[in-house]
Design a protein around this ligand. Structure first.
Ligand code: AGP
Length: 607
């Protein structure tokens, strides 16, 4: 959470930083600010305010924001409310700081260094500036080292010292920082989205290493002061993929990209018609020997895990647990060397998932992560990583990351079936040819987006929306419901349709739209009965059903969308796209900020 940027070079730093903060705004958008280091010896100047980057931009037009070196921040409030004082950067003495993360022991630090009454904000971040200032006697490395050793919690810090103009220092624990050389200097950021306009070569700053950016480039030292080796990475997605590409919102663009990114994710991993994970170093023995699987993830990624559970249990016949990473530690987790742990995360930085993964590894569990962002913490913390080649996902609501996570789970399930000798050639071929059809089937759904838009109109003014289905249909409705909640602010609940009659059906009235998904042959008759139950209570039913389904009963829907037909286990793909588009159009037509829903942030690095 929170986006950080730092630039030093020969260009106007404020312009570079404001543009970058707009790209990083999806990480947090309560307030924004920049600090400029002044080579003319005027000290560091800060411009900041509560509000969006556009408000900061307007403020910058009125203030002196000259200078070629600066740090900038876009905030997702944790400690302290949303107000100008709590916006970053924070300054104490000669030190100016921006921070992403949470300092858990900030109260103790306030007491230890007698800071009560000396701070201007309620943030934990200003405390870091104050402690740094206490230790700073002209040697930035020594001050940073001493400060970092006092901090408990997570942090990505970018720091400037008044008397070292033109230089930016940075250090991190858990919260990410990437850095790169530009043609005239250097840049750092919370993620590569802000670096892509300058270069495709970057590196992830390792934890507890101090980087120093200057016009001459970047130096890096470990905490004992030894120079450290920089491991360079290359951005391997098309740079044009990080703009809106003519769509009004990233969410629509990212929904529309799905056929392509599914291809990008599966095609490099299919050899001779079979799934192949050898480039990821995943040996068949690992997939054959595990006795159970534990998926850890949050939000949308956890919903992808639920689909994976159904696939693996049905096709492999081993037990799969899907655990919300935030709850993992509180349930006395039972994982061991026979439990394959699969961590799923778009950002690769979700701290709950990261901590759960680290715990499982300590218990001896083999691990695979499914991550979108290259080099992210979860990718580095797991034994193997399968990257979803979705490219940058900027909208806070996850869409293409989810379906590429599903695509990886399809591949993994197939490889596991082969590794365990469960499938013959014919089974493998029929499964893989269906997987290869997913992009074209998604195209078919996307080409019907105006029809889906009309369906979305029917829930525009709803107060509550229920979504019902069984099995795989229920799993994707959990995701469809999350999507609708987060971008439209309509209360919505996904319910296993058989469970509805045990209480929740009391909430169904004539005012309640119910979205029902029916894609699984073996569950169809039961699902249709459940639809009748809500219909007879007056609910208006929006039915998503396979295109070739013949409905013999009387009309049970108000609206119907017929999905392109695939094998049952793949129907989640087209159905998910419809649910994404419904959420998108409701948000759009309500005039909401689709890409930046209230209270949310794209990357969740707080527990
Ligand atoms: C989905 O639309 C949400 N933005 C959210 O649930 C997200 O999936 C969750 O925070 C997990 O993020 P991750 O995939 O980056 O770990």
């Amino acid at each position: 959470m929170c986006g950080i940027i730092g630039y030093t070079g020969t260009k106007k730093a404020s312009e570079i930083m404001l543009d970058a903060l707009e790209l990083l705004e999806y990480r947090g958008y309560d307030s924004a600010g920049i600090a400029l280091s002044d080579e003319a010896g005027r000290g560091t100047r800060i411009t900041k305010c509560a509000g969006r980057v556009k408000d900061l931009r307007a403020l910058c037009e009125k203030e002196d924001v000259s200078g070629c070196c600066g740090i900038g921040h876009t905030r997702w409030a944790t400690h302290g409310g949303v107000c100008d004082e709590n916006a970053h950067p924070h300054r104490f003495g000669k030190v100016t700081v921006i921070h992403n993360g949470i300092i858990e022991n900030y109260r103790q630090l306030i007491e230890k260094y007698e800071l009560d009454g000396k701070l201007l904000s309620q943030t934990d971040s200003e405390v870091v500036a104050a402690v740094l200032s206490r230790f700073y006697e002209g040697d930035p490395y020594s001050a940073i080292r001493k400060t970092v050793l006092k901090l408990k919690g997570t942090f990505a810090l970018a720091i400037m010292f008044d008397d070292i103009p033109g230089k930016i220092f940075a250090v991190r624990n858990v919260s990410p920082i990437v850095a790169a050389n530009t043609e005239d200097g250097a840049i750092l950021s919370s993620d590569v989205a802000a670096i892509v306009p300058f270069t495709t070569q970057y590196f992830v700053v390792p934890e507890f290493h101090v980087v120093c950016l200057s016009r001459d480039g970047i130096e890096m030292y470990d905490l004992s002061g030894d120079k450290a080796y920089i491991e360079w990475l290359t951005v391997d997605w098309d740079v044009s993929r990080s703009d809106k590409g003519g769509y009004p919102y990233y969410m629509e663009k990212e929904i529309m990209e799905q056929p392509q990114v599914i291809k990008d994710t599966i095609l490099p991993r299919i050899k001779d018609g079979k799934p192949d994970l050898s480039a990821e170093g995943i040996e068949d023995s690992m997939l054959a020997e595990c006795q159970r699987i534990c998926v850890i993830a949050c939000g949308t990624a956890m919903h992808a895990g639920l689909v994976g559970k159904s696939l693996i249990q049905a096709m492999i016949g081993i037990h799969v647990d899907v655990v919300m990473a935030s709850e993992f530690m509180y349930n006395d987790p039972v994982v061991d060397d026979k439990t394959l742990v699969i961590a799923i995360s778009q950002s690769g930085e979700t701290i709950d998932t990261l901590e759960a993964l680290k715990f499982a590894r300590k218990c001896g569990s083999p691990s695979i992560s499914i991550v979108n962002v290259k080099g992210a913490s979860i990718a580095r913390a797991s034994e193997h990583v399968i990257y979803t080649n979705a490219g940058p996902e900027i909208a806070v609501a996850s869409t293409k990351a989810y379906t590429t996570q599903l695509a990886v789970l399809y591949l993994l399930t197939a490889r596991m079936a082969i590794a365990r000798g469960l499938w013959d050639e014919a089974q493998t071929q029929s499964y893989m040819s269906e997987l290869l059809r997913v992009p074209e089937v998604m195209e078919e759904v996307l080409s019907a987006k105006e029809e889906i838009h009309h369906i979305a109109d029917t829930i525009l003014n709803a107060k509550d929306v229920f979504m019902i289905g069984r099995g795989l249909d229920y799993s994707i409705l959990l995701e469809g419901s999350l999507k609708l909640k987060e971008v439209s602010y309509i209360h919505s609940e996904a319910y296993a349709s058989g469970e509805l009659k045990h209480g929740t059906i009391a909430l169904i009235t004539e005012e309640t739209p119910v979205i029902a998904v029916v894609t699984q042959d073996k569950l169809k008759s039961k699902e249709l009965s459940n639809i009748k139950e809500v219909q007879s209570r007056g609910a208006k039913v929006i039915l998503l059903i396979k295109g070739d389904e013949v409905l013999e009963q009387e009309k049970i829907w108000s609206r119907i969308f017929r999905l392109p037909v695939m094998a049952d286990e793949f129907m989640v793909m087209p159905a998910s796209v419809v649910l994404q588009l419904i959420a998108y159009y409701v948000s759009l037509d309500k005039g909401l900020d689709v890409d930046k829903p209230r209270n949310l942030a794209k990357v969740v690095t707080v527990e």
